[in-house]
Design a protein around this ligand. Structure first.
Ligand code: ACM
Length: 518
């Protein structure tokens, strides 16, 4: 159990590894200057940016500054994201071995201030007191993510920046941006302009769940510019958040096929950008032109997104079209595959290989835990057992089990909840209880942490069939994402302790104007 002398006074979220609160405080005021060590400038800049709106404090640099931000290779044991923060009445010292650790420490300092410090408008009359404390902190898992589906419902980049700000507050490390799907393609690709010109717009949207038969009659569309996406990547990086792009293939591609029918299995057919929800039968063909298309798209994706990981989707790919395609039959024979089903893994293998040759790591959604090529990092979502299966096969795993991390399910069964993904409730407690590391006999027998070592972490998913507004996104995301952030950073924490910290943290969400679930 982490040392935490006064859990009622320290409502930090996520919970730090070790935190001791001492009497007294350090007052930040107009005279407070920052002593900025070499390499700590970006952290100092972020601190100023975050505190300026509410406090108006200049926090200018000075070698005599009493608030020190410094890189310290002696803290290497704390990893990329760990940091040490000491607050005394006359000095603040924030140190980390890596720049990202300083960014995490800044979020802690921000949370130690009164919640008004997070307000977007100047808060006159508040004293900016940091309680004296010794904090040493590092995350349990490196991958603590949130996925937002901007394919089904588009959100402007201005909102994505706010979304990133909220991830950073919770020390989350990954913003997984679901950019393409049957219902929309949001990323511009210079060589294929129709992907956004045609694929970015649909004539209307289904109302209610898949199969409802009801439509709203309202056109929906949108796409980012390349400059918006590169700007978002920079904005997120300055906050220690990596944007991981997802380009779905070989299924969930109806929007791309509407733009370029020749990439499908029936080149003569014209398709609309899908207006329905559910799993669409139309998938990419497996001819050479399609592989070239995917490589060209991904080359541009890699130009825009420096993330080591590129998500290729890969799930829910019906093979019916391939079974009726002469080209698919020829391909399966030429590659010596056991049948049409095997084209799925073959396809992802070819494209994954292109990413690997470019120095990146492919990520895919697991259907069974056993079907993705070995070089893939696997995001498991369907069954708890899939995380263990994938880890045992040697895949790095991100555990995104839908019953604990899908925020498109309602968070209670109350009648007032807005329309949500049918099939269950994912309440705050379920998210908090989610352990990304699956239990297997290896661990209990000899303490071998083989499986645990392969689990990179966990992330929340927000699919947006029913979610059109920023307010609705935040209603579904908070406070459930707080629980996931706590779990991913701190490991198992006591529910009562989490709840009491969340009560304090709620004041921060309110200061930020987060449209949270009550
Ligand atoms: C998924 O929920 N389609 C990964």
């Amino acid at each position: 159990m982490p040392a935490q002398s006064s859990s009622s006074a320290l409502t930090l979220l996520p919970r730090p590894t070790e935190a001791v609160l001492r009497p007294g405080h350090f007052a930040l005021d107009a005279d407070t200057a920052l002593h900025i060590g070499e390499g700590a400038e970006p952290a100092a800049e972020l601190l100023r940016t975050l505190l300026a709106p509410a406090t108006g404090l200049p926090l200018r640099p000075s070698p005599d500054g009493r608030f020190t931000l410094a890189l310290d290779s002696g803290l290497g044991d704390l990893g990329e994201e760990g940091y040490a923060l000491t607050v005394d009445p006359h000095a603040v010292l924030l140190r980390a071995a890596h720049p990202t650790g300083l960014l995490r420490g800044i979020q802690t300092a921000r949370q130690l201030l009164p919640p008004q410090a997070l307000s977007a408008t100047e808060q006159r009359g508040t004293r900016w007191l940091l309680p004296c404390a010794d904090i040493t902190d590092a995350p349990r898992h490196p991958w603590r993510g949130a996925m937002l589906d901007v394919a089904r419902h588009f959100q402007p980049v201005s909102y994505l920046r706010r979304y990133v700000d909220l991830l950073a507050l919770h020390k989350l490390s990954v913003f997984h941006l679901h950019l393409t799907d049957d219902q929309g393609w949001r990323m511009p690709v210079a060589a294929f302009p129709k992907l956004t010109e045609i694929g970015g717009h649909r004539t209307e949207s289904q109302r209610g769940p898949a199969g409802s038969g009801a439509y709203d009659g309202v056109p929906h569309g949108g796409a980012y510019t390349r400059a918006e996406l590169t700007g978002l990547v920079r904005y997120a990086a300055a906050r220690g958040v990596t944007v991981v792009p997802e380009i779905e293939m070989p299924g969930h591609v109806r929007a791309a096929l509407a733009a370029y029918p020749r990439l499908g299995n029936h080149p003569e057919r014209t398709l609309d950008v899908w207006t329905r929800w559910g799993v669409c039968d139309t998938v990419l063909g497996v001819h050479d032109e399609v592989l070239d298309f995917c490589r060209t798209v991904l080359d541009e994706v890699m130009d825009v997104f420096p993330s080591p990981y590129i998500h290729l989707g890969g799930e829910e790919c019906p093979t019916a079209e391939w079974t009726h395609s002469a080209a698919a039959r020829e391909r399966a024979v030429a590659e010596g595959l056991s049948g049409f089903e095997a084209l799925h893994g073959w396809f992802l293998g070819r494209i994954g290989d292109h990413l690997v040759r470019s120095g990146r790591r492919p990520v895919g959604w697991a259907e069974t835990g056993a079907e993705l090529p070995p070089e893939f990092t696997v995001m498991t979502w369907r069954e708890p057992a899939h995380a263990l299966t994938a880890a045992r096969r040697g895949h790095p795993v991100i555990n995104a089990h839908h019953r604990a991390t899908y925020l498109d399910y309602a968070q209670s069964d109350a009648a007032h909840e807005p329309p949500a993904q049918p099939g269950g409730v994912v309440d705050l407690r379920a998210v908090h209880a989610h352990d990304p590391v699956p239990e297997g006999p290896e661990e209990s027998q000899d303490g071998d942490d083989l499986v645990a070592g392969r689990v990179l972490g966990t992330q929340a998913q927000l699919w947006t069939e029913f979610v059109t507004t920023a307010a609705h996104i935040e209603y579904l995301t908070y406070p459930r994402l707080c629980a996931l952030a706590d779990r991913g950073w701190s490991g198992p924490t006591d529910w009562t302790d989490f709840r009491s910290r969340l009560d304090g943290h709620t004041a921060r969400l309110d200061a930020l104007g987060v449209h949270r679930h009550p």
